[in-house]
Design a protein around this ligand. Structure first.
Ligand code: FAD
Length: 382
């Protein structure tokens, strides 16, 4: 039987995350957005409450939450501020390759410290000339003696300025295309250089940096999985993290929707609250329907992951749709506010800026559609 009722534990988890978002994230969200300042104190509190590193298995000290439980948390925290949630949730992205393919020793060495202290890790796939086209990456890893020497640069790396270690993709076989990429764990102290912090349109609380590896040496056992299996690991990682991005998009959309409903009931024009105008009601109605639908897709894809069912298609459905919903709902929320929606003293312009990144990172809206079409027309498992 399909049952959308949350268990008592899941309700409690959602409440915990919502309460944290309402009390610790919301009150500082607009300030961090204005100043583009890193929300270190909020991240530390999220870590203390157990709202970070939620997928780390118990044997490495983590709570081993399911993907479904993860998306419940991600929606709530992004409702508070998706920029802050991007920084809180980034360890999940950085550690998924390790969870999927790393050796027990590597997991122990890099996962346990994340549970012991509020430390951060980053996921380094994108390069200046290799965004959607991952196989075009130029970062090289060359086997030398008992290790690998990694040389190259990555851009747009979330939490790059604050990470203790980096999950890095590099070419081990430059002629091999996407089959020539390997994945490595690179500790910061190996010589990683952080080159800058991007000044962004939205999600300004999250740190986004360029990171370079000037002949950085790592031991051979820092290879995650097999040599030249990095592309597969990266794609499997994104299958697992896209439901969470979808849930974050739902969180942004919900926040914008709630602000719009509140404003529509208060703002009087032509002698009546604007909520009495059908044009406004229809915008509100469409927002509500789309948020419900986006949440169901996020939940469905997360449950597929928990059931170890094929999730590539469902994850891309969820990520693509929820991101577009966040953008539409936030834009319409600005419309409901009229001119005030365009002014920074009101909350919805931030949400519209924040929503845009949902259509860009972890695979753009176009790349999601490519994945969806491929999975339908020429599925990999067929
Ligand atoms: C705030 C932020 C945080 C990020 N965090 C991380 C991170 O932590 N780690 C990381 O590795 N990366 C991260 N990224 C990078 C992000 O994942 C990439 O920006 C994204 O994958 C797109 O790559 P690109 O920017 O090079 O765009 P491009 O790939 O150059 O795309 C430009 C446009 O062309 C379209 N396009 C490209 N190829 C095709 C095609 N075949 N068919 C149709 N359209 C196409 C795209 O959809 C897009 O509209 C982050 C980016 C931002 C902005």
């Amino acid at each position: 039987m399909v049952d959308f009722t949350l268990s008592e534990e899941q309700e409690a988890l959602r409440e915990l995350a919502h309460d944290f978002a309402a009390r610790e994230i919301r009150p500082v969200a607009w300030e961090h957005d204005r100043d583009a300042s890193f929300p270190r104190a909020v991240i530390d509190k999220a870590w203390e409450l157990g709202l970070m590193n939620v997928y780390i298995p118990e044997r490495y000290g983590g709570p081993a939450l399911s993907s479904f439980e993860g998306v419940l948390i991600e929606e709530e925290l992004a409702w508070g501020c998706s920029g802050i949630q991007t920084s809180i949730g980034c360890n999940g992205l950085a550690t998924t390759p390790l969870l999927l393919a790393g050796s027990d020793e590597l997991k122990r060495r890099y996962l346990e410290p994340l549970v012991a202290e509020p430390r951060l890790a980053s996921f380094c796939l994108t390069e200046p000339d290799a965004g959607s086209d991952v196989a075009a990456m130029r970062t090289r890893a060359v086997r030398r003696g008992a290790g690998y020497v990694i040389t190259g640069s990555k851009c747009f790396i979330t939490n790059g300025g604050y990470a203790d270690f980096f999950t890095v993709y590099a070419k081990t076989d430059p002629q091999g295309g996407h089959r020539g990429i390997s994945c490595f764990i690179v500790p910061r102290e190996a010589g990683v250089v952080v080159d800058g912090h991007e000044d962004k349109m939205g999600q300004r609380a999250s740190n986004t940096a360029s990171v370079s590896f000037p002949d950085v040496e790592v031991p051979a056992d820092h290879l995650v999985g097999e040599e030249n299996a990095g592309f597969k690991i990266a794609m499997a990682t994104l299958d697992r993290t896209r439901p969470g991005v979808a849930a974050m998009a739902v969180g942004i959309a919900r926040a914008a929707f709630e602000f719009a409903c509140g404003y529509a009931k208060e703002r009087v024009q032509f002698g009546a609250p604007i909520a009495t105008h059908q044009a406004i009601q229809f915008m509100i109605a469409d927002m509500a329907t789309e948020i419900e639908a986006a949440r169901l897709l996020a939940w469905r894809s997360a449950v597929a992951l928990d059931q170890r069912a094929p999730a590539t298609l469902l994850s891309s459905h969820a990520k693509r749709f929820a991101a577009d919903v966040a953008m539409r709902v936030a834009t319409d929320a600005v419309q409901v506010y009229g001119g005030y929606g365009f002014i920074k003293d009101y909350p919805v312009e931030k949400l519209m800026r924040d929503a845009k990144i949902m259509q860009l990172y972890e695979g753009t809206a176009q790349i999601q559609r490519i994945v969806i079409a491929r999975e339908i027309l020429a599925p990999r498992d067929a």
